[in-house]
Design a protein around this ligand. Structure first.
Ligand code: 13P
Length: 247
C-alpha cells in the first residue's frame, strides 16, 4: 500500500502559548520514518509553527481563497500560503461545507488553484448520518469526488480524506470495517473515473474520532493509508502515537 500520511487538523483552536507547547511536544516525540506528517494550525499561527518545528513535519492551511489575491477582505490566497512556506491545504472539510456553506463548485475551484501553485491538497469527503441511514453514503461521497474531478486534472498532489460527518468530534469512530468499505469504494471509483494508476497511488486517509487507542486497528485495513485527526491532534504524545500506527 501507499506511504502512510497523517494530518493533524487543529481547527480553530490554540493560543501562542498552547501551540508553543504542542510544537515542543512534537519536536521531542519519537516519530516513525515511514510516514508523512502534516499539521494544520489556524492561519494566524502558521509562521510561529513553521519557525519552531524542528521535525520533518509539514504545514497545511485549513482553507484558502478560490484564486489569486486582491480585493478579497478576510481571505488568504494559495500564492500567499506558498510564500509563507506552507506545503498543503485542506479542502472541503465538512465544517466548511456544512457550517460555512462552501459549495462543491467553490471547493473544486480552490483545489484546482491551490494545485496550480504546487500546494498539496487534502481533499475531504464524507456523508452525514442521514445519508448513511438512507443508504446514500457512496452516492454522496462519489458526488463530492466528482466535483473535485470536474475541477482538477492532475491527482498526483491530492490526498483524499474520508471523514464521515457523524464521526467528527463525536467520539463515534467508524468501525475498521465501515471505514474500509468506503475507502475501498473510493479506490474503485478512482480506478474507474480517473485511472488505475491514480487509484493505486492516491493516499486515502480516514478522519473522525481517531485517537491513540483506535488508530492501530484502523491502520491495519487494506485501503486506509493514514488519518486526518482533529481533537487528538491537540495532544502531542497522542498524535505521535497515531503517526506511529503505520502498518
Ligand atoms: P475529530 O478527530 O475531532 O473527530 O475531527 C476529525 C476531523 O474533522 C479532522 O479534520
Amino acid at each position: 500500500s501507499c506511504r502512510f500520511f497523517v494530518g493533524g487538523n487543529w481547527k480553530c483552536n490554540g493560543t501562542v502559548e498552547s501551540l508553543k507547547k504542542l510544537v515542543d511536544e512534537l519536536n521531542s516525540a519519537k516519530l516513525e520514518e515511514d510516514v508523512d506528517i502534516v499539521v494544520s494550525p489556524p492561519y494566524l499561527y502558521i509562521s510561529q509553527v513553521l519557525g519552531s518545528l524542528t521535525k520533518r513535519i509539514e504545514v497545511a492551511a485549513q482553507n484558502c481563497w478560490t484564486g489569486k489575491g486582491g480585493a478579497f477582505t478576510g481571505e488568504i490566497s494559495a500564492d500567499q500560503l506558498v510564500d509563507g512556506g506552507v506545503k498543503w491545504v485542506i479542502q472541503g472539510h465538512s465544517e466548511r461545507r456544512h457550517v460555512i456553506g462552501e459549495t462543491d463548485a467553490m471547493i473544486g475551484q480552490k483545489s484546482a488553484y491551490a494545485l496550480s501553485k504546487n500546494l498539496g491538497v487534502i481533499a475531504c469527503v464524507g456523508e452525514k448520518l442521514e445519508d448513511r441511514e438512507a443508504n446514500r453514503t457512496t452516492d454522496v461521497v462519489f458526488e463530492q469526488l466528482q466535483a473535485y474531478a470536474d475541477a482538477v486534472s492532475d491527482w498526483s498532489n491530492i490526498v483524499v480524506a474520508y471523514e464521515p460527518v457523524w464521526a467528527i468530534g463525536t467520539g463515534k469512530v467508524a468501525s475498521p470495517q465501515q471505514a474500509q468499505e468506503v475507502h475501498a469504494a473510493i479506490r474503485q471509483w478512482l480506478k474507474e473515473k480517473i485511472s488505475p494508476e491514480v487509484s493505486s497511488k492516491t493516499r486515502i486517509i480516514y478522519g473522525g474520532s481517531v485517537n491513540g487507542a483506535n488508530s492501530a486497528e484502523l491502520a491495519t485495513q487494506e485501503d486506509i493509508d493514514g488519518f486526518l485527526v482533529g481533537g487528538a491532534a491537540l495532544k502531542g504524545l497522542e498524535f505521535a502515537t497515531i503517526c506511529n500506527a503505520v502498518t
